[in-house]
Design a binder for this molecule. Structure first.
Ligand SMILES: [Zn+2]
Length: 400
């Protein structure tokens, strides 16, 4: 018993109490901490557990990995903070965490049209901003979009450029109506795009994804055909640095960077293992025990997302941000954009309309790490070392 109490104090895990719904939300982070440490019951083994479509492992049941969870939640609240890159070895729960987001995803207006036309395009611009068919529908008072849950779109590991941006539709060609087939990027519009092992993709594929993510749209050209698609999505990438290198230009284009390490505390590792077993034993029963709080969190995320447009960065805080970036000698202009956007999302998650210094402190490591040109510094240092070794060998062989 004593051991158990100590473990609870050390890890914040709570092994002994009955599952309960936490409805008083101070902040998202608090909710995350409380629910993640909550107890659960192991259900009866589910008979069809290996065959049927399993619900994802609940995001709220993940142990530890605070920074990863925070970064992922911030990207749901503010899809424009430049995406999240999860960097870490295999088996640290990166993919599990991303897939677990499915139950927390907010709702957005989604176009009913092939070209992605929305009512807001007309409201912001004019009838010319949508396709002729949608302009007509709008004129008749018909809907161009419906409210739908954000989806998690996963990029297949072997995706080619054509799969990503789209290409000619062979079936349409037979009908002599050459039409471009939509690629994965156009399906990612208003969704969450997950790219696992982003460092293993061809450069041109990664470039296309990052361009679309930055511009919110992309254009495909095939011969005389060309089409521009809306592609406004939040990007999540993950990589295992042991498996390959990510070009610094590409690394820089991700907003938040999380270094994901394995769990360090023995109690946490044990608890994570037991939860994995409980989930495997009966995914549905395990998921059900977190579903109430998952819903609370989903609602909080939606509210935060809706409030984001009103969250301001006061001048004093903005100046501090800029000084910080200057002191760290970061050149990339993306640093401050991400820092401001992440801090705004964090304030929104905390139900505030003004960013404060604490918000800045919390998100700064996520937004600013791996932005300095460590490569050049290392490269020059390595060069000095190599010259020294060369000199030693030369001296040995050819003493002057
Ligand atoms: Zn349309």
């Amino acid at each position: 018993m004593r051991e158990k109490v100590m473990a609870e104090e050390e890890t914040g895990l709570n092994f002994g109490t009955e599952p309960e719904l936490i409805t008083e939300v101070g902040s998202l982070q608090e909710l995350l901490d409380k629910v993640s440490g909550r107890s659960y019951e192991i259900g009866q083994p589910q008979e069809d557990a290996g065959i049927m479509d399993k619900p994802p492992f609940p995001f709220l049941a993940l142990i530890g990995q605070k920074e990863m969870k925070l970064a992922l939640l911030l990207s749901l609240i503010n899809p424009h903070l430049g995406g999240v890159l999860l960097i870490g070895p295999r088996g640290t729960g990166k993919t599990t965490a991303v897939r677990g987001l499915v139950d927390l995803l907010p709702h957005v207006r989604r176009s009913l049209c092939h070209y992605g036309c929305l009512e807001e395009d007309i409201e912001e611009n004019s009838l010319d901003a949508v396709c002729p068919a949608c302009a007509q529908k709008y004129g008749h008072g018909e809907r161009l979009s419906e409210l739908e849950k954000v989806r998690l779109v996963e990029l297949p590991l072997n995706a080619r450029l054509e799969d990503v941006v789209g290409g000619l539709d062979p079936r349409a060609e037979i009908n002599e109506r050459m039409r471009l087939k939509r690629g994965i990027l156009s399906h990612a519009d208003r969704n969450l795009l997950y790219v696992d092992e982003v460092n293993m993709l061809k450069d041109q594929v990664v470039d296309a994804i990052l361009d679309a993510a930055a511009q919110g749209q992309f254009t495909v050209r095939r011969g005389v055909m060309s089409a521009t698609y809306r592609s406004d999505f939040a990007l999540i990438g993950s990589m295992n640095p042991e498996e390959g290198y990510l070009r610094p230009q590409i690394m820089d284009r991700f907003g938040l960077r999380v270094i994901v390490k394995g769990l360090e505390k023995k109690e946490e590792r044990m608890e994570a293992y037991q939860r994995t077993l409980a989930y495997k034993n009966n995914p549905r029963s395990f998921g059900d025990q977190f579903s109430g709080n998952t819903q609370v969190m989903r609602e909080e995320i939606q509210i935060s997302r809706d409030n984001l447009k009103d969250v301001k960065v006061p001048e004093k805080v903005a100046q501090t941000d800029l000084t910080l970036i200057e002191k760290l000698e970061i050149d990339s202009l993306r640093a401050e954009i991400t820092l401001f956007e992440a801090a705004r999302a964090y304030a929104a998650a905390d139900a505030r309309l003004e960013v404060n210094f604490d918000d800045l402190r919390t998100v700064a490591p996520l937004a600013l790490r791996l932005r300095r040109s460590k490569f050049m510094a290392d490269y020059l240092n390595d060069q000095v070392e190599e010259d020294k070794e060369l000199g030693n060998v030369l001296d040995e062989m050819m003493p002057s």
